[in-house]
Write a protein that binds this ligand. Structure first.
Ligand code: 523
Length: 139
């Protein structure tokens, strides 16, 4: 007999996002979907799957979506509630291998602190602009 699947843990499901910062710029990705978010820019990431920790999920998502290997560092900014009922959490990450490519997005680009306010962000990620400016430092 195969046991029934465990129920999901209590509390809202988590979406994780990664801030790759190099040479005074952070890596942003342009969403391809859903229609209401397509064309807008985010810190790349995705939903935590059963059995994963947030860092596990972030390592997997950035490998799948950008083709890079990262190590996960400190949390960035506040936890942001999403309209979907998920909670979105960001972490600073360090790229250890690979060149970022838009495998799941429409585009990727590196953005410096001075330009972060002008980005056409997905609404939730705009919460982190001041935190990212502090992390990146002045240009
Ligand atoms: N966000 C968001 N900002 C942000 C991410 C990574 C995700 O607002 N930086 C939102 C967008 C979606 C939800 O979080 O409403 C799930 O993100 P998604 O679609 O990137 O998660 P995946 O990649 O796990 O999604 P599936 O395609 O369903 O596997």
């Amino acid at each position: 007999m195969v046991p029934p699947p465990l129920p999901p843990p209590p509390g809202p499901a988590t979406v994780v996002a990664g801030a790759v910062i190099e040479n005074g710029r952070v890596l942003l990705a342009q969403r391809a979907a859903p229609p209401e978010l397509a064309g807008r820019w985010e810190l790349p990431g995705g939903k935590i799957e059963p059995g994963e920790t947030p860092p596990d999920a972030l390592v997997r998502e950035l490998r799948e979506e950008l083709g890079i290997d990262v190590t996960v560092g400190e949390p960035v900014g506040v936890h942001v509630p999403l309209p979907t009922g998920h909670v979105l959490r960001a972490y600073a990450v360090r790229r250890v291998a690979g060149t970022p490519s838009a495998l799941d997005h429409d585009a990727v680009r590196w953005v410096g602190a001075a330009d972060l306010h002008e980005v056409d962000w997905v609404p939730a990620d705009r919460e982190w602009v001041a935190d990212l400016v502090m992390l990146i430092g002045p240009e």
